[in-house]
Write a protein that binds this ligand. Structure first.
Ligand code: FAD
Length: 349
């Protein structure tokens, strides 16, 4: 379903370049003048970064000099007050013991968690003195709303944005593309870059994006277009076969000449049914031997979690040994697996 909806909205390169380029450039330019004027009018303290907030490209540069990988942990904004309490009173304090370099906070496509994303990222920075990266999707969103989000992030001292397109709603329905909106994330990257003041992350897909029908090299070339427009780092979709990551990384570096960090996204398996669902949705492969092993645990969630931590530890170890510049751990808002992996690898600060 996702695949067919995306196919129906795809705009060929040529159409984007000819039909839209001039209008798009001049509209972006006009908006940027307004945006810069608004940024200039922000109270100085609102525009200033908190002492603990850093640009992610600087974090990567510093860690590289030290010969240490950058470790980041991803959260989603909790849906309930109870979930938020758990995140701030249990998950974050537990993770503080291993001190990841930064946290990222996801964004509900279409803006469903817009305020929550920034509020959680802001609260983490203030209460846990750790840099955050706020995700932002551009699907079904006007430039005005995107600009508003970025200004608000700026005002809160959030200096890093993961620029994404987002997915169409799973329930189906047509994608409403606001007249002034973006079709693809490379346009969002360019917009943020022109606005200035942010370090920008982008998503990469070692097994190719699920909706890309033209083959993985086309998808990876499109990733290069996002980097060329200003993305400072790539965070990948989850995968379980490290060869997928290494093939992807090598093609980007050796064939396309990419030099920004390409960080693998790793999801520790916590639940067999959940991982089957996730991989189905995002198009990542769950290798048959791995699935067989998981199913052999039957109805024993603790055994699955233990195995998941062990598997992810070994996966991360091999990724780092193969030259990965960091690890981006999908935590699903739980501290246990991420903390254990970081400790197992001896990466705690
Ligand atoms: C690390 C990470 C974090 C994520 N966080 C979130 C989140 O917080 N919220 C959320 O909703 N989703 C999130 N996602 C999912 C992501 O939004 C989806 O996978 C989405 O479908 C693709 O986003 P993108 O930014 O890669 O899109 P794009 O780069 O725009 O690519 C989308 C598709 O369009 C194709 N394409 C790109 N450019 C062109 C072009 N010029 N012409 C034709 N086709 C083109 C690509 O090949 C691809 O198939 C995340 C994914 C990752 C890997």
């Amino acid at each position: 379903m996702v695949r067919s909806q995306l196919a129906s909205m795809r705009v060929p390169w040529v159409q984007l370049r000819r039909g839209g380029a001039d209008n798009e450039a001049s509209m972006t330019h006009r908006m940027m003048s307004t945006t810069k004027a608004r940024l200039d009018r922000l109270p100085t303290t609102a525009g200033m970064a908190l002492p603990s907030t850093r640009l992610i490209r600087d974090i990567y540069a510093d860690k590289r000099v030290l010969g240490r990988p950058v470790v980041s942990v991803e959260f989603f904004p909790p849906k309930t007050p109870q979930g938020e309490t758990t995140l701030f009173e249990r998950t974050l304090p537990a993770l503080a013991a291993v001190a990841p370099d930064f946290y990222s906070v996801t964004y509900g496509a279409g803006g469903s968690t817009r305020d929550k994303t920034l509020a959680i990222a802001d609260r983490i920075q203030r209460e846990h003195q750790t840099t955050t990266m706020a995700h932002l999707t551009c699907i079904s969103t006007s430039r005005v709303d995107i600009e508003r989000y970025l200004l608000e992030a700026r005002g809160k001292g959030i200096r890093n944005i993961l620029a994404l397109r987002g997915d169409p709603p799973q329930a189906g329905g047509e994608l409403a593309r606001p007249e002034s909106g973006f079709d693809y994330s490379y346009q969002l990257v360019a917009f943020i870059k022109q606005m200035g003041g942010f370090s920008i992350g982008t998503a990469g897909f070692p097994e190719s994006h699920v909706a890309c029908t033209e083959g993985k090299h086309v998808d990876w070339q499109r990733l290069k277009a996002k980097i060329d427009r200003g993305a400072d780092i790539v965070l990948t979709q989850l995968f379980f076969d490290n060869d997928d990551y290494f093939r992807f990384r090598d093609y980007l570096v050796e064939t396309l000449g990419v030099s920004v960090p390409i960080t693998p996204g790793v999801l520790p398996i916590l639940n067999t049914e959940q991982i089957k669902r996730f991989t189905r949705i995002c198009g990542s492969t769950l290798p048959a031997p791995l699935l067989a092993k998981l199913e052999a645990f039957g109805d024993d969630p603790q055994a699955v979690t233990e195995f998941g931590v062990e598997f992810a530890t070994r996966q991360c170890e091999a990724l780092l040994a193969g030259g990965a510049p960091g690890l981006h751990l999908y935590s699903l808002n739980k501290a246990h697996a991420a903390t254990r992996i970081i400790e197992n690898l001896g990466l705690e600060a």
